[in-house]
Each structure stands twice: as structure tokens, then as C-alpha cells.
Design a protein around this ligand. Structure first.
Ligand SMILES: *[C@@H]1O[C@H](CO)[C@@H](O)[C@H](O)[C@H]1NC(C)=O
Ligand SMILES: *[C@@H]1O[C@H](CO)[C@@H](O)[C@H](O)[C@H]1NC(C)=O
Ligand SMILES: *[C@@H]1O[C@H](CO)[C@@H](O)[C@H](O)[C@H]1NC(C)=O
Length: 365
């Protein structure tokens, strides 16, 4: 069933003519869509509402593609690392692949030991064709809007859900990502994540261990051996998770099993206002990335399980080739009443904003 539908989509892709400007709302072909503003440009595909490239200048103005990806859209259909895509309905792990909502027990399909990670293969948001609602690559804030209607029972979750993801290039070298969802007639858990693999030195520049990072999270959610939160919200003080003062990603990574794969409880009040979540600096290129969000949590993942993945231009990605800054609700929040709620109800739509601000710094600064 799954492989059959993938085969059909592959044909659709091959038939899809090259890159188009905008397609009609009903058109479900898979294409590549560009946004360009000043010296920044980004390409997207409606397969998984994925960002496939982002060209950014270094301190000398030299452009590099700073996100990992594949050469063709076809390769994204085979991807198992969620490279550049939108993850949902519920990103991250759900313990025992089940949860209770208003007295009903919902059983999901376990896909990582006994738990669910990032939704199941079929119909997970990174693995479906999104509708291109609008593509406008002109003016001061070029943007693209992807929509997806997730049906009641999809992946085991209740209720039809209308999902909208908008990417736009705005202001002075900024990428905005807006994720919205409306539950049609009943509550359901929603926690989307944008799964870009960042290497601001260039996607093919090697590992990110020398990148300096600052994470605006003085607490994290410790996990058990299955990566399921214990429910505790612990201080980062005295742990390798403390990035309150910027330092190299690799400095204490050897203290962890495979690398970083942990949720931070971001400081400040989540909700409507954007707050700083992380700042990454690559000394060699001078590129700086700042991430702002209104989400309560951020999974920091150092691509521990990328191995021999054939990426763009034939470059092969290995562990720590990139870092992921996945702002989201807390993992397994559906089973932890003390975590910020990830339940979305008809009168209370989901709205998750990310703002990436790019700049450069001279070596002495
Ligand atoms: C983005 O897409 C445009 C249009 O297809 C293409 O000309 C350009 O080379 C692509 N950019 C990257 C970095 O792949
Ligand atoms: C998809 O993955 C399978 C198994 O790893 C591989 O044999 C196949 O060639 C891949 N297809 C594409 C289009 O990359
Ligand atoms: C919870 O379940 C009850 C009984 O089935 C129902 O009447 C009520 O509308 C439900 N509440 C929500 C928020 O779905």
C-alpha cells in the first residue's frame, strides 16, 4: 500500500515539468519553488513542505548552501531523516504510542521500539504532497504557502486538521516559518516541527562540532533509555546541556552516548511573542544564525544518526554533519499533564512561529 502510492507519486514527479511559478490550488504535482530576496535565496518542494536549499553569503559575500538535502525531489521520497521537512501531526516521541484525551484512549502505531517518533511512515507530514496555495516570488517579502488536510484517524489521531505552513524571506536576511493548524470539530494533539539540518559553514563543509552555540534554555526534559521524558524539568547547570554561555557544540559532546538529542524548556513565556531560542556562529565562514520562536520547547539534535547519506552534489553526510533546532511542544506532552499542553481545539488554533535571522561577523568581533 505505502510503496504503491510512493510509486505513483514518483511518476507524478517525473512528469512534473520543471519549476513553475505558481500552480492552482487543486494541483497536486510535486515541484520546486524558489524564493529570492537580495542575496538570499531558498528553494522548497511541496513534498513534505520541505526546504531544499538556502544560499547565504559568508563574511566575504561568498554564497554557500547551508542546509542539508538531496539533488532531486525523488530522493526526498526515500528519506528517513526528515531532512528539511515539516514533521507532524506530533513531532518527537509519544511514549507507548498512545495517549488519552477526554476519556478516550488513542492507540498509534509504534515505529521506534514501543514508542512513536515523528508519526508513522504513511501520511506523516514530511511524507505527503502538500497543496501549493500561493507562491509569490516578488516584492519585499516573497513567500510560499503550503496547506495540507489531515483526515480524522490519520496516523491514529482524531479529527480533521487543516494545516498551513508559510515560508517567507523578510526584513534584513530573515527567513520566517509560520505553522498553523485548525482542528475541525474536536480537540487533538498537534506539535509541528521544521526539521532543517543546518550547517552554516556549508552543507558540504564537514561537521558542526566547532560551531559555537548559545541556547536560551536553562532547563531541559531528561529522558529514559527510550528517549521518553521522565516528566522532570531539570536545570542544565553542571550538565553537558548547558549552552547558556556560547561555546563549541563539540566541547562536551563526548559525555553523551551519540551526541545531543534533547528537548530544552526555552526561557521566557511561550505563546504569542517571539523569544530568542538559539544563536549559532561558524568562525570559519563568519555566518551567524539566530533563531526566535513562540514555541515552549526546542529539540537540539546533532544529526547523530545520519550515516553514509548521499546528499547534494554527491556529498556524503556523516554523523554531526549538521545540527537541528526543532522548536516544538515538549516531547510526549500528551502523557505529561505538567508539560505545556499540545492539545488544539476548534476554538483554539495552533500557531507556531520561527524566525531565523542571518548575519556575519568578522573573526575579531
Ligand atoms: C533553486 O531553483 C531554481 C529554479 O529551479 C534553480 O535555478 C536554482 O539553481 C535552485 N537553487 C539551488 C541552490 O538549488
Ligand atoms: C530508495 O532506497 C532504497 C533502499 O535503501 C534504494 O534501493 C533505492 O535505490 C532508493 N531510491 C531512490 C530513488 O533513491
Ligand atoms: C468530551 O467527551 C464528552 C462525552 O463524550 C463530550 O460530551 C464532550 O463534548 C467532550 N469534550 C470535548 C472537549 O471534546
Amino acid at each position: 500500500m505505502a510503496s504503491h502510492s510512493i510509486a505513483v507519486l514518483l511518476c507524478v514527479t517525473i512528469l512534473a515539468a520543471s519549476v513553475s511559478a505558481s500552480v492552482s490550488a487543486t494541483n497536486r504535482k510535486v515541484g520546486i519553488y524558489e524564493l529570492k530576496r537580495d542575496d538570499i535565496s531558498a528553494n522548497f518542494t511541496n513534498w513534505g513542505a520541505t526546504i531544499i536549499s538556502l544560499l547565504l553569503p559568508d563574511r566575504h559575500g561568498k554564497l554557500a548552501d547551508v542546509v542539508l538535502g538531496y539533488d532531486s525531489v525523488k530522493d526526498y521520497m526515500n528519506d528517513t531523516s526528515y531532512v528539511g521537512s515539516i514533521v507532524g501531526r506530533v513531532a518527537n516521541r509519544i511514549g507507548d504510542a498512545q495517549f488519552k484525551l477526554n476519556g478516550t484512549l488513542y492507540k498509534l502505531v509504534a515505529n521506534e521500539e514501543k514508542n512513536m517518533l515523528h508519526g508513522m511512515w504513511q501520511n506523516r507530514f514530511s511524507n505527503v504532497v502538500w497543496k501549493v496555495k500561493r507562491h509569490h516570488n516578488k516584492g519585499p517579502s516573497p513567500y510560499i504557502i503550503f496547506t495540507y488536510r489531515s483526515f480524522d484517524g490519520e496516523q491514529g489521531f482524531p479529527v480533521d486538521l487543516l494545516v498551513t505552513v508559510t515560508y517567507s524571506l523578510i526584513g534584513d536576511k530573515q527567513l520566517s516559518v509560520s505553522m498553523k493548524a485548525i482542528a475541525l470539530n474536536k480537540p487533538t494533539p498537534v506539535s509541528l516541527a521544521q526539521h532543517i539540518y543546518w550547517n552554516i559553514g556549508g552543507h558540504n563543509s564537514g561537521d558542526i562540532l566547532s560551531n559555537e552555540i548559545l541556547i536560551f534554555g536553562s532547563h531541559f526534559t531528561p529522558v529514559d533509555s527510550y528517549h521518553i521524558p521522565t516528566g522532570e524539568i531539570a536545570s542544565v547547570k553542571g550538565t553537558p546541556y548547558d549552552f547558556l554561555k556560547p561555546h563549541a557544540v563539540g566541547r562536551k559532546i563526548h559525555m553523551l552516548d551519540h551526541g545531543y538529542d534533547i528537548n530544552y524548556a526555552l526561557d521566557g513565556d511561550s505563546g504569542v511573542k517571539l523569544m530568542p531560542a538559539a544563536l549559532v556562529y561558524d568562525k570559519k565562514s563568519g555566518r551567524v544564525l539566530q533563531l526566535w520562536t513562540n514555541a515552549p520547547g526546542m529539540q537540539f539534535y546533532t544529526s547523530n544518526f545520519l550515516k553514509d547519506v548521499k546528499g547534494k552534489g554527491g556529498f556524503v553526510y556523516q554523523p554531526h554533519a549538521a545540527l537541528c533546532l526543532e522548536t516544538q511542544g515538549f516531547p510526549d506532552a500528551v502523557n505529561h499533564p505538567k508539560f505545556p499542553s499540545t492539545i488544539v481545539s476548534p476554538g483554539k488554533p495552533y500557531s507556531h512561529q520561527m524566525l531565523f535571522k542571518f548575519s556575519t561577523k568578522s573573526p575579531s568581533a
